[in-house]
Write a protein that binds this ligand. Structure first.
Ligand code: CAA
Length: 287
């Protein structure tokens, strides 16, 4: 099936980036939907800032920037957002009930042929698919932050996802110039987060046990494993709340060994979430 129109639900950290990649690289006609105008305005501003960076580095022209922006439409109305779409990419906050409600509503308004994908990092694709009457047309399409720069998309097959749906999503990812991996079974954390989240959790444990300073923990992993940034800084980028939410899903759905460290829980209780609240392990208010 050929995808022409893509709707992204959510204009936040991931949603705006996905909408931008779809319009800029994939050259798709994109609609970005959120529930309040201020969220949409913020998303469009982030897209503009990102495009400006590419222009100032000579990676795209001013004309290409304007053409990309012209391909992105916005709306607050869910029905209007999805009723013409061939592919929906859901990127609403990581809350299972909210995602299920969204899938249930979207299923009513989207055309019969349309595919509904979720950018979730931890919610079961099979469970989201069950909220619709088209489970064979539901799959996971997991981008990484920042979607504009990160090459990977994990594609996740739910219990009833058809091979045709997977193939269509692979083609879309290719048009977006992304690399893909196929997660053959719908399992918590998929591939990346099942490995990443325990690593981040251990970095918190090392800090709490006062084994090393946060700077040295990050330096060790940066230089010892060639990560682009250390685990505590990455945790600040992802957000302590998101990291905790994923850890809890891994713990409850997979194995007790994934239990989040008390230190991570305390960061969340103290609202030290990272970049989004200005403070996490590091102070982001000056940057
Ligand atoms: N759009 C355009 N440009 C951007 C941008 C964006 N959204 N974000 C950053 N840039 C720019 C930066 O401003 C910077 O520009 P300057 O050189 O002019 O300062 C440029 O990109 C390069 O950035 P950096 O110099 O900081 O670093 P880099 O080139 O090595 O790579 C990076 C940037 C790819 C983001 C790198 O820092 C990195 O790989 N970080 C780790 C990211 C990561 O692990 N993401 C996964 C998180 S986990 C996840 O997303 C899944 C989940 O479910 C939790």
């Amino acid at each position: 099936m050929e995808i022409k129109k893509i709707t992204v639900l959510g204009a936040g950290l991931m949603g705006h980036g996905i909408a931008q990649v779809a319009a800029q690289i994939g050259k798709y006609d994109v609609t970005m939907r959120d529930i309040e105008q201020r969220f949409i305005d913020n998303g469009i501003n982030m897209i503009r800032t990102s495009l400006q960076k590419f222009v100032s580095k000579g990676q795209i022209t001013e004309t290409e920037m304007n053409e990309t922006l012209a391909r992105i439409h916005t709306t607050l109305d869910l029905k209007q957002a999805v009723s013409n779409a061939d592919l929906i990419i859901e990127a609403v906050p990581e809350n299972i009930e909210l995602k299920k409600t969204t899938f249930r509503e979207v299923d009513v308004y989207v055309p019969k042929h349309a595919i509904i994908a979720s950018n979730t990092s931890s919610v079961s694709i099979t469970e989201l698919a069950s909220a619709t009457k088209r489970p064979e047309k539901v799959a996971g399409m997991h981008f990484f932050n920042p979607p504009q720069l990160m090459k990977l998309i994990e594609i996740i097959k739910g219990a009833k996802t058809s091979d045709e749906t997977i193939q269509t999503i692979q083609e879309v990812a290719q048009k977006m110039e992304k690399e893909t991996v196929l997660v053959k079974k719908d399992t918590p954390g998929f591939i990346v987060n099942r490995i990443l989240i325990p690593a981040l959790n251990e970095a918190v444990a090392l800090l709490w046990e006062d084994i090393a300073t946060k700077e040295d923990i990050d330096k060790a992993i940066k230089l010892g494993l060639n990560w682009p940034m250390g685990p505590l800084m990455l945790l600040d980028y992802i957000g302590a709340d998101t990291t905790l939410a994923i850890a809890e899903v891994l713990q409850h759905e997979l194995d007790e060994k994934f239990h989040p460290h008390p230190g991570l829980k305390q960061m969340v209780k103290a609202n030290l979430l990272g970049r989004k609240t200005g403070k996490g392990f590091y102070d982001w208010t000056q940057k």
